[in-house]
Design a protein around this ligand. Structure first.
Ligand code: PBG
Length: 290
């Protein structure tokens, strides 16, 4: 279950386009995690909304940055929980791109450094797994290297390996306040017309040390999940993203579909396609319905 952590205390801002999801301050995130663990949802993916942004995302590389504070608080109060931190810069940069900008374009190799430092900081404060979602080339290898150099040999990496440039991320960008201020992410995310490229990206990430690879989005990409499952002997995660979630919620609110049956069918199809792990905003609801 993905959660969005923001500064302040007793803050619970509803995310309009994602009913039932909120930007929550650290105190409320801890309470939400307790509730989720009680329901049997024991793995949480954390995204951060910082109090201020900068040019490169360095604001997210300090041990007292927003997600790091949430990790420390959750870990000090809850034992039986697995915390995953999304590693990316788009929530932390003023321009909303996933990397450092040079000459109006994202500089791949400069970005690797902020991603590595962000990952190392998450490891230091006690995260259980890092999940790079930026799509820079070589980031899994660089993150593995910095983790190993600092003794975090056992820290797993779940790589967003096959991440498409998708309109389905729309609601998330409101939730994470991370929409790019100019251009788009097409130079680093994949073209959805192409499935061979996804296999190449996955192969590279495995070679660089990924422990789990992810396909994202899920529903329009069931063929990619199946191909990945057939071609690679590694756990496959699928991200049932914000737009996929919001469409279901909107239609359900209008009474046009049976939400419980639809959600069950969608999640089952993602599983059937071959995913071992599903990331979904429906997690909290379906835990009650199963
Ligand atoms: C950050 C990131 C995004 C999502 C997860 N990590 C947005 C993007 O790439 O624009 C999308 C998640 C969702 O839509 O639920 N790079």
């Amino acid at each position: 279950m993905p959660l969005f952590v923001c500064p302040g205390s007793k803050v619970k801002n509803p995310i309009n386009s994602m009913p039932g999801n909120y930007q929550m301050s650290v105190d409320y995130i801890v309470e939400e995690c307790k509730l989720l663990v009680d329901k049997g949802i024991k793995a949480i993916l954390l995204f951060g909304i910082p109090s201020h942004k900068d040019d490169t995302g360095m604001v997210a590389t300090h041990d007292d940055a927003i997600v790091q504070r949430a990790i420390k608080a959750i870990k000090s109060e809850i034992n039986d929980i697995f915390l995953i931190a999304d590693v990316c810069n788009c929530e932390y940069t003023v321009h909303g791109h996933c990397g450092t900008i040079v000459n109006n374009d994202v500089d791949n190799d400069l970005t690797l450094e902020t991603l590595a430092l962000q990952s190392l900081s998450f490891a230091r404060v006690g995260v259980d797994m890092v999940a790079p979602s930026d799509m820079m080339d070589g980031r899994v290898g660089r993150i593995r290297q910095i983790l190993d150099e600092n003794g975090f040999y056992n820290m797993p990496i779940m790589s967003y390996a096959a991440k498409y440039a998708s309109a389905f991320y729309g609601p998330f960008r409101e939730a994470a306040e991370s929409a790019p201020k100019f251009g788009d992410r097409a130079s680093y995310q994949m073209n959805y017309a192409n499935s061979d490229e996804a296999m190449r990206e996955i192969a590279l990430d495995i070679e660089e040390g990924a422990d789990i690879i992810m396909v994202k989005p899920a529903l329009s990409y069931l063929d990619i999940i199946r191909r990945a499952k057939d071609e690679f002997n590694i756990p496959i995660a699928a991200y049932n993203v914000s737009g996929e979630f919001s469409m279901v919620k909107a239609a359900a609110e209008k009474g046009w579909i049976d939400e419980k049956r639809i959600v069950r069918e969608i999640l089952t199809s993602i599983k059937r396609a071959g995913s071992d792990i599903i990331l979904t905003y429906h997690a909290k609801d379906i835990a009650d319905w199963l």
